[in-house]
Design a protein around this ligand. Structure first.
Ligand SMILES: NC(=O)c1ccc[n+]([C@@H]2O[C@H](COP(=O)([O-])OP(=O)(O)OC[C@H]3O[C@@H](n4cnc5c(N)ncnc54)[C@H](OP(=O)(O)O)[C@@H]3O)[C@@H](O)[C@H]2O)c1
Length: 240
């Protein structure tokens, strides 16, 4: 039977490519989103993948979503924590709200959805969790103390949970993308982006499919010896 996969933020950008690649790999995929209904409806129409609206920052909504998927389709065995936002600013300009929003969305959502699915994976003696971190969680980035802290936290979270999951057939890994051509990166001013691309040894931004390929690898049934790792997919920009 086809394994059930949930991809948070799975209707746009990197998440959409992950959802499509997991479907192509034979998984039954549910893609979550926060509020961009038009993008979600378009995504479902084009790819035939269910889109489900809930706030990944809200623990109660996460639990309800996981229960709804389990009752309709079966228990979630593959979880991709991809939902993320940026609220950039130097320390002088960063507000407490910008800090909270980024920590809650990028890191709190990983806790919420792992908490809601992990016992089910333990009972099934199978699970695949992939958390999407960032090169900026590895190397830091000017004006991103919130985002760098959240993404760096993901890498520690991954290694800790991997130790808990190992004896239950659950792998927990992270991917640290470099700069990928999505709405998030298109929001960066052109002159700044030009300087970023100049520092990428392969000479281009990443494609969303570059990241999706890593998720398919890490969630394969026979990838059971790969756990607690961070896969950097960044065109050689940061060799960690
Ligand atoms: N793009 C890059 O270069 C890059 C580099 C390194 C890491 N990353 C990471 O990769 C992931 C995807 O990035 P992206 O560039 O593809 O982002 P994106 O195009 O901005 O898409 C973000 C997705 O996350 C969803 N989302 C945001 N907040 C949410 C919430 N509270 N609850 C549920 N879903 C939520 C959005 O839903 P709506 O569609 O409803 O808004 C959207 O589907 C993020 O974790 C990001 O930090 C990206």
């Amino acid at each position: 039977m086809s394994r059930i996969a949930l991809v948070t933020g799975g209707t746009r950008g990197i998440g959409a490519a992950i959802s499509v690649a997991l479907k192509a790999a034979g998984r039954t995929v549910v893609a979550s989103y926060a509020g961009n209904q038009i993008a979600a409806e378009n995504f479902t129409a084009v790819h035939g993948i269910e889109a489900m609206r809930f706030d990944a920052c809200d623990f109660g909504q996460c639990v309800a979503a996981v229960q709804s998927i389990a009752s309709r389709l079966g228990p979630i065995e593959i979880l991709v924590n991809n939902a993320g936002i940026t609220r950039d600013g130097t320390m002088s300009r960063m507000t407490r709200d910008m800090w909270d929003a980024v920590i809650d969305t990028n890191l709190g959502s990983c806790f919420n959805l792992c908490k809601a699915t992990f016992d089910g994976m333990k009972a099934a003696k199978f699970g695949r969790v992939v958390n999407i971190g960032s090169i900026n969680g590895q190397a830091g980035q000017y004006g991103q103390v919130n985002y760098a802290a959240a993404k760096s936290g993901i890498h520690g979270f991954t290694k800790a949970l991997a130790q808990e999951g190992a004896k239950f057939g659950i792998t927990v890994n992270a991917i640290a993308p470099g700069y990928v051509d999505t709405d998030m990166v298109r929001a960066v001013p052109a002159d700044v982006l030009e300087k970023i691309v100049a520092r990428i040894p392969v000479g281009r931004l990443g494609h969303v499919e570059d990241i999706a390929r890593g998720v398919v690898f890490l969630t394969a049934d026979d990838a059971d010896f790969v756990t607690g790792s961070t896969l950097s997919i960044n065109g050689g920009q940061h060799m960690y």
